[in-house]
Design a protein around this ligand. Structure first.
Ligand SMILES: [Ca+2]
Length: 212
């Protein structure tokens, strides 16, 4: 191909890409904002102390981590929470996603650092997930918070994970864990989707933009 033709072709492609980008941006510029609240399709804690046990039907979730520096032994309890994003219209852009969890109890005067981690593998069923078959998760937390008060909601920004899940299989799974070892027996207790108190069950509030 002659150099001037090659140059012309490259320039045309660049102009086309620029036009498509502008059209895409214009599409969301006047976008309408909508909010949807989703409830988990699965939640359960898993415990290294009872590795083959399932707790999917428990009304509580837990976060616990204890490392015994003398024996070197570690025991942990982590909680998995999965949401189905497929009720969100397909032509939208997810702007933000906030995970709301209700803490029933943290010991008085103790600060517990809790983190949520994106889990890209789909867990077993709610009544099949155990410590032994629990899926892996991103070791870096998506968001963390310091839990110090009992009987209140805590929020986590999981926008990035929801945007990723939205482009993949539309299933968002987060793992909740205690980020640092504290004294033995200190844990956070939270409400699961089996809680009799509807307003205390985990939920995901997603804000999305509908192109106009
Ligand atoms: Ca459950």
């Amino acid at each position: 191909m002659k150099p001037w033709r090659k140059h012309f072709l490259l320039k045309s492609i660049l102009i086309l890409i620029s036009l498509l980008t502008i059209l895409l941006l214009l599409g969301f510029k006047g976008a309408e904002e909508s909010v949807i609240t989703l409830y988990p399709i699965l939640d359960s804690y898993v415990s290294s102390l009872e590795p083959s046990a399932n707790f999917g039907n428990d009304a509580c979730l837990y976060a616990y981590h204890y490392h015994d520096s003398e024996t070197g032994l570690t025991s942990s309890t982590n909680s998995y929470i999965m949401f189905d994003l497929s009720d969100i219209p397909s032509n939208v852009k997810i702007d933000s996603a906030v995970l709301k969890l209700f803490i029933i109890e943290v010991p008085e005067g103790v600060e517990i650092e809790l983190g949520v981690h994106h889990c890209r593998d789909v867990p077993q069923s709610e009544f099949g997930i155990t410590w032994e078959n629990a899926p892996s998760f991103n070791p870096t937390p998506t968001d963390t918070t310091i839990a110090i008060e009992s009987t209140c909601h805590y929020i986590f920004d999981v926008s990035k994970d929801a945007q990723t899940a939205w482009l993949e299989d539309k299933k968002l799974t987060e793992l909740l864990k205690m980020e640092k070892s504290l004294d033995e027996g200190i844990m956070a207790r939270l409400c699961s989707k089996q809680s009799p108190f509807e307003d205390r069950r985990p939920r995901l509030e997603i804000t999305y933009l509908v192109p106009t």
